[in-house]
Design a protein around this ligand. Structure first.
Ligand code: 4AD
Ligand code: MG
Length: 428
């Protein structure tokens, strides 16, 4: 019977199985040949003994190279010494597609960069593929969460003309003679869509021409965004707490094995994330000789230090308007402070989400666009939404790879991306 490896672990001892997969490793001990088979659903040991294995198959088994794809036929045997307590006693082995000498060897890997030059092959590794599965767990949980709450998934364009997060990080492209950009965030389109659908979410790529080479920046990443009509910033933060705790809990339930492969002991946080104000962060920084000016963005070093002191995610609230994009609504009693917050992951991982309440009033938004000398034409439609019953509303965006980096305990965000895009890498 043709079975997947995960299934082979549930079958009774003695079952005759046919497994198709790749040879992950091979060893020979006292006339016995062991191969570890891998098929995407798991890993299983298969053992071949001369005399038990058909003679032609035994020759093939002796010669089979790592990463050859094969079909192994044999019986399930319980054996304490085998990983997870069972193995396949090989009867026959067919080669499906042969493999050249594997280039990723201990002596060849002199830098991490080598592994990313060979990412098309190195993703087959146990750790690399475990991270990709955990990332899928993050996205799957987000879809579950928003479906349970009646949100509608929308898919806005990623070729746009209205820049959401400022000109500094835009990838420009020539759109048949017109200037266009790769989308930094789907937020503006979500704002249009909530007046049709009430509450929406998006899971798609976002692009930032960030030249900075840091362990948390990609130039192409995925974002989970949500926007809801009639939602204020307080409710917005509670929604983020609920989403993040839900995702963490689901990933731990579904991906125990992958987390173990990474040696990550991850405890999902419970809700009610602590909150600190921007002013409190300013004080924290100046007490540690890391002061910055009121109104500036919080420096990465300060954010990282603060994040290291925490064991669960926390919000930084009350950002000055000067450190935020033009669309942010300010507090009723202070026009210099926005109704917005960043969600910071603990253990030094840093920002994983930003959210806030948007300006819904036409005149206020018009004045803001004018005062920041922005190209009005590109924001015409965004402004016009405010003339047709735009209620107070809020939303947020979570970086998928940033969240994966924290949950999986990765040192660098590139490991959370299948084929990472950074300022120095667009290939493979
Ligand atoms: O903080 P950002 O720039 O916020 C927005 O784009 C809002 N318009 C979202 C919204 O309200 N709908 O980006 C949101 C999140 C960040 O918190 C971070 O997790 C991730 O996207 N992010 C990046 N991840 C990887 N590499 C980068 N260069 C990133 N830039 C932002
Ligand atoms: Mg942000």
């Amino acid at each position: 019977m043709g079975v997947e490896i995960s299934e082979a672990f549930r079958l009774p001892e003695g079952s005759l199985v046919k497994i198709r997969g790749w040879v992950a490793s091979k060893s020979e001990i006292g006339g016995l040949i062991f191969i570890t088979l891998r098929d995407g659903t798991g890993y299983i040991q298969a053992a071949g003994k001369r005399g038990v294995v058909e003679e032609e198959s035994f020759q093939r088994l002796k010669e089979v190279a790592k990463e050859t794809s094969v079909e192994v036929e044999g019986t399930i045997r319980i054996d304490r010494r085998a990983p997870k307590g069972r193995e396949v006693a090989i009867k026959s082995l067919k080669i499906i597609a042969s493999a050249d000498k594997w280039p990723i060897t201990k002596s060849a890997v002199k830098s991490t960069s080598f592994l990313y030059d060979y990412r098309h092959l190195s993703i087959r590794g146990r750790k690399a593929s475990s991270v990709i599965k955990i990332r899928w767990g993050v996205i799957k949980a987000a879809i579950e969460f928003f479906s349970q709450r009646g949100y509608c998934l929308i898919s806005p364009p990623t070729i746009v003309q209205s820049a959401c997060e400022g000109g500094a990080t835009l990838f420009e492209l020539d759109y048949f003679g017109q200037k266009a950009y790769l989308s930094q965030s789907a937020q503006f389109y979500e704002e249009a869509a909530i007046c049709a659908l009430g509450k929406v979410f998006v899971i798609q790529p976002a692009f930032r021409a960030e030249k900075s080479k840091t362990p948390k920046h990609l130039t192409e990443f995925w974002m989970i965004e949500a926007e809801k009509a009639f939602m204020d910033q307080e409710e917005n933060m509670r929604l983020q707490e609920d989403l993040i705790t839900y995702i963490c809990k689901r990933v731990v339930e579904d991906h125990k094995e992958e987390l173990a492969v990474l040696g990550r002991e991850f405890k999902p946080p419970d809700t009610s994330f602590p909150r600190v104000t921007y002013d409190e962060v300013l004080k924290f920084a100046s007490e540690r000789n890391l002061s910055f000016k009121w109104g500036e963005d919080i420096p990465t070093a300060v954010e990282a230090l603060l994040s290291k002191t925490q064991s669960k995610p926390f919000f930084i609230t009350d950002y000055p308007l000067s450190a935020r994009s033009f669309y942010h609504m300010t507090k009723p009693d202070n026009e210099n402070i926005t109704l917005s917050a960043d969600l910071i992951a603990p253990e030094g991982h840093g920002e994983i989400a930003t959210g806030g309440q948007r300006i819904h009033d036409y005149q206020t938004l018009l004045k803001r666009i004018e005062s920041q000398e922005m190209p009005k034409e590109n924001f015409r439609w965004y402004l016009e939404l405010r003339r047709y019953g735009m209620p107070p509303h809020s939303g947020f965006g979570v970086g998928v790879e940033r969240l994966t980096k924290w949950i999986a305990g990765l040192r660098h965000i590139r490991a959370a991306s299948l084929f990472p895009r950074t300022p120095t890498r667009v290939n493979p």
